[in-house]
Design a protein around this ligand. Sequence first.
Ligand SMILES: [Zn+2]
Length: 600
Amino acid sequence: MARIPNGPLSIAAITFLLATARLGAQAPTTSADIQDLQYDVTFDRTTSAARTMKVAMTFTAAGSGPVVLSLPEWTPGAYEISNFARWVLEFAAKGDGRDLAWTKQDYDTWRVDPAGTKKVTVSVTYVADSLDNAMAWSRRDFLLFNGTNVFLYPEGRPLAFGARVTVHTEPEWRVVTGMHNDGANSYRAMNYHDLVDMPFFIGRFDLDSAQVSGKWVRYATYPQGSVSGVARLTAWDQIKRVIPPEVAVFGEAPWEHYTVMQIADSSYQGASGLEHQSSHVDVVSPAAIGSQFQPSLYAHEIFHAWNVKRLRPADLWPYQYDRAQPTPWLWVSEGITDYYADLAEVRGGVIDENGFYAATAAKMREVDQTRPVSLDDASIDTWIHPVDGTQYTYYAKGSLAGFMLDIMIRDASDNRQSLDNVMRDLYTTVYKAGRGFTATDWWSAVSKAAGGRSFSDFNARYVEGREPYPWDRVLTLAGLRATRPTAPRLGVYTLLDTGGVLVTRVEEGSSAAAAGVREGDYLLAVGDIPVSDEQFGEHFRAKFGTAADGSPLIVKVRRGGQMVSLTGKLRFAPGDIILGADPKANAKAVRIRNGILKGS
Ligand SMILES: [Zn+2]
């Protein structure tokens, strides 16, 4: 998953999720055996008018006793309990054409009595109105759904069963999914895990494809025309640049084909991606198309095809759909994925070395501004969406932990080994052996790449512990340095609204405080810099960077409809962290720096 801020869930919503999660602790029941599973999905002009889809599950009742069928509580990658049964509108069961009796066993489980019949069809009408990449969402001409939302599974039985999916839709509408296509609108999955890891787009959307790293990659975007012309060429260029450096880490593109599936909708703030083994789904605000964040989102989600969809913590192996699966390893599965998104961008030439430094410095600032939390705790806590600001810390902080490990491994091996070796080692041994990685697997692979060096102290301080990262020592090894040059500091937090640039907070001891700027003022001018958008800070620092601390500063604001001119004093303070190459780096450090940037 990757997100940029899109408004937190309300407290009420979170409380509801937790309450329902507790209610779900029912005694497990094993379903009678069922075979020859077939799912029929119907989405056409009729169902779309009601923002619904219909799903029929047909099977042979092979055992005796009731068939107990459940819907998942969550979609892997979106670490929160959603209870997809909430959106089931109608449920029906038929055996050999006759209505069958059924009851609900708990909120997401149905108990169907086949009453001696063999060919059973269970059907649901499902409400597809949630604009979320883990859920189902429709328009008059389009549907996104995840298998976790609608594909029932037999409770308590192995999930190794294969299944066929047939899509019934308007003849001129398209279907795209990462699932293996068997011809017409028929698809086949080898087991339930694959079945629910391959979301579908059905309807009218743009779709094209290209060969990247020897496999077909498709780009599906809704609505039609939302990514066109130069924007589409740019997106394709980014996809073609970020995939090969990622393939180089692991030595193979693990998919039959890969599909980037994207929805742009003006009701959505920010951007969010959700990974799968052969596709990912992005939901973005139209403003995110062509933004700096776009290639980093694609690179992040695609890297997940290896890191988390295949190479995965043992806590998440296999996925369990009826409960939360907390793990302390999201700093690797999400954080290190985000480190490799930056590396894929710089190694693929989407950004240059300065772009990589800027992205890394932004993560350092984010960690700096978040209360200290251990990577383990932040990973585990994500399921409860803590409100203390640490909810997604494992992305930035985990990314930086990966960056530090990369530097330390390269330092220990004189740049002959790197974090790339760790990732490939675990992928080819642990994942290919059909299991998830443990703490021993992880730290052994890190230690091996670093020539046997122990990382137990690193783990105690920076993964399980809350100590600040030792940047001065580690960055030197890679010929880098972080500085916080002092800069003029106005000291206001602002928000752009219909009235202009609104002051929401004034820092104590800042230039703005000295001038008497108040919360609720609209900024009009700072010195002779007019303020019309939130970019004025850059102009302010550029203009007054060489002025003397304490020199007079006029700030003009609108306060209660009146124009007010305030006189204060310019104040300097340590500015943002800036990361850059150290001109005094030794030859070994330069080799390490180049190794990180070039993947060598
Ligand atoms: Zn992610």
